[in-house]
Ligand binder design. Structure first.
Ligand SMILES: Nc1ncnc2c1ncn2[C@@H]1O[C@H](COP(=O)(O)OP(=O)(O)OP(=O)(O)O)[C@@H](O)[C@H]1O
Ligand SMILES: [Mg+2]
Length: 543
């Protein structure tokens, strides 16, 4: 790339059509004009003009279902547009496949990570383009290069182990390493950070800045407002399949950004304030929730589930934990600290080998998820692809799945009843679907996540375990959903809330249990404790 990384001369207001001409104006490396794509019942893209310049980080923002991933799919040959043109380096292109786009220097990390869980980490990084020596695949070279690719991300793994031996955030890092492992002119990343923790995001951003300096154009999608401002030069806002506008990040305050995403008319005061404050709408700062007051009643609330010395060798040190009726218990800790392991024991997905679990004061055995479901426990897992959605089934079937399992398969829920239930939850959670009979795989990522939540809410659980429940869900919808969960808590629902966003955990939880190295090291009251404190506990400095 010969272009420098300077800002294109473009005013911050919506830039339509071709760039304002001035002597030093650069050409976009990637550009669409009038691109449209319609699916049955959905206009996913409507005459979208989009441009990406060399040496910039350009973030696509928009609510779930706004058309971000569809635009990326059209740009990279996954989908053919119905109308419009795409230019790469000024030339009209029509990639027939992602491989063709890749060969032209457009490297993409898709939203649903498409790695092969059974292959080794190294094979995943180089699958389809293994270096060869004398015609044979050169394994020692692959291994070395995979290690190098990961080292750039500050990750060191045994690259010969199979990918599914690692937690999902690590798999995400492997996918990023794969995307970064070849020379690219354009790098496209669709929600790469949704399961990463702060330090991993920082590392990724460091690399993106470096790549940007070398003239690579980076197209980025995220729902995290703070991240958007930390990394972006330019922002394009999508709304309902249309390009709402293109802005320089420094000219677009966060509250305006959110207003443009949701439509000004739907911008609630609360959302506006939240977006404004520290440009951190994603941390639910304004969350209408007063744990301080509720705390008094909190002490009185009966535990729904009690863990007494519950552990599993090699997975979790014996732990004591109470989840009280009508309350949210947060679990804070780093990746691998034992959060998901605790959730799995509580859901019977793994068996405890010590201690007692009490439900409503009575000892119970949770030998399998079925046992847990029978006791009113639901588990919305973090990996929606592997443990969550069933891609071939319809939205309706996915939503009633857990309820059907609890009733037993011989007591089939009637189609009519299932339809009603699905419609209710589609409505309540604002799932953007044209029809409940659609295969769920056709929903946008965030809407699939909402459907997964609907599945468990439909069972009317007593305790809901939520592992990264708002992963991929847009800012506005996140508020809605947390409000809804709190309302359910007021009616007695208990929640075990797991998220790598410490701020979010603190704000929604009545109490927070802090885990480190697979053991519980502290328990603090939600809002009463500050973030720094929790970070210190997690890091292991000062109790
Ligand atoms: N293959 C498909 N068939 C039918 N409808 C589809 C298909 N792919 C996407 N859609 C629909 O097109 C719309 C746009 O989806 P898209 O995945 O682009 O949204 P998004 O902006 O990426 O959302 P998210 O933030 O949730 O990932 C949605 O209504 C989605 O359900
Ligand atoms: Mg998407």
């Amino acid at each position: 790339m010969t272009h420098s990384a300077s800002e294109p001369n473009q005013p911050g207001q919506p830039a339509r059509g071709t760039p304002a001409s001035s002597g030093v104006e650069r050409e976009p490396i990637l550009e669409t004009s009038g691109v449209s794509k319609t699916f049955p019942g959905v206009k996913a893209l409507q005459r979208v003009d989009f441009r990406l310049f060399p040496g910039e980080v350009h973030t696509l923002m928009g609510q779930n279902g706004a058309g971000k991933s569809t635009l990326i799919n059209v740009l990279t040959g996954v989908l053919a547009p119905d109308a419009g043109t795409i230019r790469l380096g000024g030339e009209i292109v029509a990639f027939a496949s992602p491989q063709e786009a890749e060969a032209a220097g457009v490297r993409t990390l898709y939203q649903e990570v498409n790695l092969c869980p059974n292959l080794s980490v190294a094979e995943n990084i180089f699958a389809g383009r293994q270096p060869r020596r004398f015609g044979a695949i050169d394994w020692s070279d692959i291994k070395r290069r995979a290690q190098e690719a990961l080292a750039r991300l500050d990750v060191s793994l045994d690259v010969t182990r199979s990918l599914d031996a690692y937690p999902i955030a690590v798999q995400q890092m492997v996918a990023i390493a794969r995307a970064l492992s070849v020379d690219a002119r354009v790098l496209i990343l669709d929600e790469p950070t949704s399961s990463l923790d702060d330090s991993e995001v920082a590392q990724l951003f460091k690399i993106l800045r470096h790549l940007k300096q070398s003239g690579i154009a980076i197209l980025f999608v995220t729902h995290f407002i703070e991240q958007t401002y930390a990394i972006s030069d330019r922002i394009t806002v999508m709304r309902n399949g249309e390009r709402e506008g293109e802005y320089l990040a420094r000219d677009l305050p966060a509250d305006q950004l959110v207003a443009k995403m949701v439509g000004h008319e739907r911008m609630s005061a609360r959302l506006r304030e939240a977006a404004h404050e520290g440009q951190a709408a994603d941390d639910l700062r304004e969350f209408a929730h007063e744990p301080a007051e509720e705390h008094a009643s909190a002490a009185a609330a009966q535990p729904f589930v009690e863990l007494r010395g519950v552990g599993r060798r090699g997975t979790l040190q014996p732990i004591d934990l109470d989840v009280r009726a009508g309350q949210i218990l947060g679990l804070a800790g780093l990746l691998g600290s034992g959060r998901t392991e605790t959730a799995r024991l509580l859901f019977g997905a793994d068996r405890a080998d010590s201690g007692t679990i009490l439900v409503n004061g009575r000892p119970v055995k949770l030998r399998s998820p079925r046992d847990a479901v029978r006791h009113g426990i639901g588990y919305c897992a973090e990996d929606r692809k592997k443990e969550g959605i069933v891609a071939e089934l319809s939205i309706r079937e996915n939503i009633v799945l857990a309820l059907q399992a609890r009733r037993g398969w011989w007591r089939k829920i009637s189609r009519q009843r299932a339809r009603e239930l699905a419609d209710v939850w589609i409505e309540r959670l604002g799932i953007k679907a044209s029809d409940a009979e659609q295969p769920i795989a056709l929903l946008s990522g965030g809407n699939q996540q909402k459907a997964l939540l609907a599945r468990w809410l439909a069972t009317d659980p007593k305790l809901l375990i939520l592992d990264e429940p708002t992963r991929g869900i847009d800012v506005a919808a996140k508020f809605d959903i947390m409000d809804r969960l709190l309302a359910l808590c007021a009616n007695g629902l208990s929640i075990l809330f797991i998220s790598s966003e410490i701020g979010e955990v603190l704000r929604v939880s009545h109490r927070v249990a802090v885990l480190r190295d697979r053991r519980k090291i502290a328990e603090v009251a939600g809002k009463a404790s500050n973030e720094d404190n929790i970070y210190r506990l997690i890091a292991g400095s000062g109790e």
